[in-house]
Design a protein around this ligand. Structure first.
Ligand SMILES: Cc1cc2nc3c(=O)[nH]c(=O)nc-3n(C[C@H](O)[C@H](O)[C@H](O)COP(=O)(O)OP(=O)(O)OC[C@H]3O[C@@H](n4cnc5c(N)ncnc54)[C@H](O)[C@@H]3O)c2cc1C
Length: 401
């Protein structure tokens, strides 16, 4: 290794002197919540020779923008299972990592405004209950009892899961990173992967802006940039990056507290409390694919404000303090892509989380670590296989927000 990476700001070099600085058993590309969880779980399973390479700083990608929502109310078994396992992990996050997650189990209340939605809510609740989730189908009046400020005039029904909630994404990603480092994982920040090297059909290492690193296993956990990283080794990753916003009101001390995360299913408008403020967002059906993360204030004025004032009328007179935007990584079936690829040995994908990567990060970390180290896992993750786009997709996630 001629061009050894030099320590950069924030790097914690916990490796022993005799361990090659640029060599590891596993390299994880991306120190978002997914990459850090995978690194932590690898180390926990005994593989401590792990390097995480991050072009910015820990949590500086989508994780740092995300709303922190954690729900178990999905339409497919695999997503429900990933969520249920992850909720259990978030409940013991501090014991496990030594770092608080600021997990509030205030529930998720999801509103249906047409018969088709209500019908799919009934199906989802039946599936969720069959998997052991405590979840309820509510009337509009029952939804209003939970959040009296809601306008429910057009609501036909709702689902509510009291153990859903939200946590602080910054605390969680730092918790995983901290716990991983304490088990010997090396995290190099400001170190961008610019190329992947393969020999004889298998990966052998990466080139970065700080030099070269070698490992027989490389995990692409680069969030919305995962397709670019895949391309470096000739792997096509079908994810669509698209901008999502979060706006925060000025402090409203009369706002309901505690309040569940409320979601308007038909347009994806959501809100929850954040300290004394309300934070909210909505998907934009006209958002083009791309990496733009500037705040589109016209979207707030033209569409989002209408949806917000309709569902939560008292918000009409409240000032907006802040707006920020980040990227979703959506796949054609709105499920993550997890596993090794057939094109090149030793290359794994953990990406395409379609808006669920934060909430699924604990289970994803455990499963990826098991897959990499033992070649098998205890949950059927075939619906998430990288090959499904060629061999046939399973059901689409209907609960895509
Ligand atoms: C506005 C918004 C709200 C959201 N709300 C929720 C929510 O409520 N609940 C939920 O579960 N999810 C939510 N999400 C989605 C969630 O943020 C993501 O699914 C999750 O953060 C994905 O984590 P990640 O580690 O895969 O990606 P990231 O956090 O993006 O991490 C990937 C990292 O890879 C790095 N990287 C990229 N390319 C390279 C390279 N070549 N070399 C080195 N490093 C590289 C990036 O800098 C980045 O830090 C939301 C997203 C947005 C934008």
């Amino acid at each position: 290794m001629s061009d050894l990476p030099s320590p950069t700001q924030g790097v914690v070099l916990s490796e022993s002197r005799d361990r090659g600085m640029g060599q590891a058993e596993v390299i994880v590309v991306g120190a978002g919540v997914v990459g850090c969880s995978i690194a932590y779980h690898l180390a926990k399973l005994g593989c401590r020779d792990v390097i995480v390479l991050e072009k910015g700083s820990v949590g500086s990608g989508s994780t740092g923008i995300c709303a922190g929502g954690i729900r178990q109310q999905f339409s497919t078994e695999i997503n429900i299972r990933l969520s249920m396992e992850s909720v259990k992990f978030f409940e013991r996050f501090e014991d496990e990592t030594g770092h608080p997650a600021d997990f509030h189990q205030n529930g998720y209340l999801i509103l249906a405004t047409d018969e088709g939605e209500l019908e799919s809510f009934r199906r989802n609740v039946a599936l969720q209950r069959s998997l052991g989730l405590e979840v309820y189908l509510l009337s509009p009046q029952e939804a209003k009892e939970l959040v009296p400020q809601l306008n429910v005039e057009d609501v036909l029904g709702a689902t509510y899961c009291p153990t859903d909630g939200y946590a602080d994404p910054h605390s969680v990603v730092q918790g995983f990173a901290h716990a991983a480092r304490s088990l010997g994982v090396r995290i190099y920040q400001e170190t961008e992967v610019v190329g992947i090297k393969a020999k004889g059909g298998r990966v052998v290492g990466v080139s970065t802006t700080k030099g070269e690193f070698r490992a027989p296993i490389i995990v692409d956990a680069a969030g919305p940039y995962a397709a670019q990283v895949g391309k470096m080794v000739g792997v096509e990753v079908p994810i669509r990056p698209s901008r999502r916003h979060i706006f925060a009101t000025e402090p409203i001390f009369s706002a309901p507290d505690p309040v569940p995360m409320v979601v308007d299913f038909h347009n994806g408008f959501w809100f929850r409390r954040e300290g004394p403020c309300i934070i909210f967002g909505m998907r934009n059906p006209d958002e083009p694919e791309g990496f733009d993360t500037t705040v589109d204030w016209d979207f707030l004025a033209d569409s989002l404000a209408y949806a917000a004032c309709h569902r939560l009328p008292f918000i009409a007179d409240v000032g907006i303090m802040k707006g920020q935007a980040g990227l979703h990584s959506d796949t054609p079936d709105y499920h993550a892509i997890l596993g090794s690829v057939p094109e090149v040995e030793g290359f794994y994908l953990a990406c395409g989380f379609s808006g669920h990567g934060f909430m699924h990060s604990p289970a994803v970390g455990r499963l990826m670590a098991g897959l990499i180290l033992n070649g098998k896992v205890d949950i059927d993750i075939s619906p998430l296989s990288p090959e499904r786009f060629k061999t046939g997709m399973h059901a689409k996630e209907e609960g895509f927000i």
